[in-house]
Write a protein that binds this ligand. Structure first.
Ligand code: GRF
Length: 181
């Protein structure tokens, strides 16, 4: 199985779900040095890398992240709550080897606030998607999806909690298959 590098920006619950499946994880990296998920990864013996792009610019920042991933032997990148857009150059360098989890049933609700938009639209079904990352936001090849019901009276937070549980089941399954190709 290929070695995976995981990029996070916050709590990293998806990252934890990926680590717990036994997928070989070479590095957990973040654009937020105080991201809660980094401490968890360290406590679980996983190499980490943290760098804020503030003051160094996107190109220099991405060059550092790229080097850290390669030095850690990563062959595939999994975005797990990584909230920074990757440059076209970075995507090109890792063409077809970057995947992302998105909290909607793509192609519906690309971008942010997916749960509020699904509720506002009166949807009865929501969910999450794992897709290949390309230059176009949330538009790459779909690798897997999972559906959850939208319940009467649902708030975006309540729906987010239900979708997140589905993410933690879907992402490890899909990534394991992808990293075994
Ligand atoms: C998840 O809902 C993911 O789909 C979205 O951001 C959230 C991150 O959660 N991109 P976590 O950091 O993995 O807990």
């Amino acid at each position: 199985m290929k070695t995976v590098g995981i990029l996070i920006s916050g709590r990293g619950s998806n990252m934890m779900a990926l680590v717990e499946t036994g997928i070989p994880v070479g590095l957990v990296a973040s654009d937020k040095p105080d991201a809660a998920g980094l401490a968890w990864a360290r406590d679980h013996g996983i190499a980490t890398f943290a760098l804020s792009p503030k003051g160094i610019g996107k190109a220099a920042y991405e060059a550092e992240v790229d080097a850290a991933l390669r030095n850690a032997g990563c062959e595939v990148i999994a975005l797990a709550g990584y909230m920074r857009l990757l440059s076209n150059a970075f995507v090109a360098r890792w063409r077809g080897r970057i995947v992302n989890i998105h909290p909607s049933l793509l192609p519906k609700y690309k971008g942010l606030d997916t749960h509020a938009r699904a509720i506002a639209a009166g949807d009865t079904v929501a969910g999450c998607s794992v897709h290949i990352v390309t230059e176009e936001l949330d538009a790459g090849e779909l690798l897997g999806q999972a559906e959850v019901p939208v319940l009467p009276g649902d708030t975006p937070d309540a729906l987010a909690t239900r979708v997140l549980a589905a993410e933690h089941r879907l992402y490890p399954q899909v990534l394991k298959e992808f990293a075994s190709r």
